[in-house]
Design a binder for this molecule. Sequence first.
Ligand SMILES: Cc1cc2nc3c(=O)[nH]c(=O)nc-3n(C[C@H](O)[C@H](O)[C@H](O)COP(=O)(O)OP(=O)(O)OC[C@H]3O[C@@H](n4cnc5c(N)ncnc54)[C@H](O)[C@@H]3O)c2cc1C
Ligand code: SF4
Length: 355
Amino acid sequence: MNRFQWINALEVAEVAAQTNSTVADAMVVATRSTDSNQGAIEGGRQPDNTSIIKAGGIDLLDLLKEGLVTPSRIINIRSLPNMDRIVNDPKTGLRIGPLVTLAQIAADKSLQRTHTALVDAASHVATPQIRNVATIGGNLLQRPKCLYFRHEAFQCLKKGGDRCFALEGDNEFLAIFDNQTCPIVHASTMATPLVAMNAQLILTNRRGTRTVSLEEFFVSPEKDVRRENSLQPGEIVTEIRLPVMSANSRSAHIKQGEKESFDWAITDVAVVLERAQERVRRASIVLGAVAPVPWRSRAAEAAIMNQPINEQTARAAARAAVQGATPLQENGYKVPILEAVVYRTILQAAGQSLS
Ligand SMILES: Cc1cc2nc3c(=O)[nH]c(=O)nc-3n(C[C@H](O)[C@H](O)[C@H](O)COP(=O)(O)OP(=O)(O)OC[C@H]3O[C@@H](n4cnc5c(N)ncnc54)[C@H](O)[C@@H]3O)c2cc1C
Ligand code: SF4
């Protein structure tokens, strides 16, 4: 790990003024001098002139330890005031500060009633110790877990190199949709229910704020392989907003890991259903850990629209969800798992027990 200056920011304006890079940009800059044939860097990396944001620091510390990012300044935003609050107003909707921890969300009783899928997701990320520290803002912005990306010796496309090592290499846990160029899966479990609930991000920089839907904030590798989202240097996530959930809405989230322990998902699914006279009037079905972005399945949504929810309709929607999957050499096993998890999550959102 390189030496860096530590700045404890106390105001958003100070963060915006001090930060000159996103972590995605810093990683490309940091590896520019690397010889892509040799891979490893002789004598280690020198700090570059970047200043980057740290929230809980779980993901950032990993990148620093591996020498994948070498900032000269770290802007700690943990002490920013009023950024660690959850306000769940039945008239105006839900507002979540970016420094709210996953443990706070998991323990929030009012969210359990109105935003069940969000609480389900927060309860299943990593370990209790990590959830106590990890923030919702940092969770959405964590970088992918692809083994090659996380290894200093591999200068892949995402880090500014000229090839993807995973396409012909280890791709067991990678994408089964949108996987022609860089088959990462989006790392954030929280993003799956947030996209299903039509969340918006408030982003602040020196000039003001912009609001962007979370679904549009995430960027496919086909658009820009070096980043997972459209965060700009000097921009800070200052709030996450969700619309009011109607009284007829119910949601569920199921995360399927390789083992019953802390781990990233093989797949996770969030379902939001709004029903009237037992029939679905609005459905939102989002698939996590199967594509470079949270993958909204319009086909699965269409399959249950205006239908009652039962085992038959849930199965039809699950089949529709996996249509168009293009598994790689090692990850075909994900397709039937995804289908089963979509089926179970739809039934759970409808309050039906599984057979
Ligand atoms: C063993 C293990 C298992 C895990 N399992 C899961 C899992 O199942 N699902 C899952 O989703 N995650 C999992 N994680 C990842 C973990 O949840 C994330 O690393 C964590 O949520 C990141 O949050 P943080 O606050 O620590 O972010 P940080 O590491 O502080 O920041 C992450 C990134 O976000 C940027 N950033 C942070 N806040 C802001 C802000 N407000 N505005 C602008 N930029 C910002 C930082 O610059 C950095 O690039 C796991 C981690 C471990 C170690
Ligand atoms: S999948 Fe993406 S991150 Fe992984 S090696 Fe290929 S280009 Fe790099």
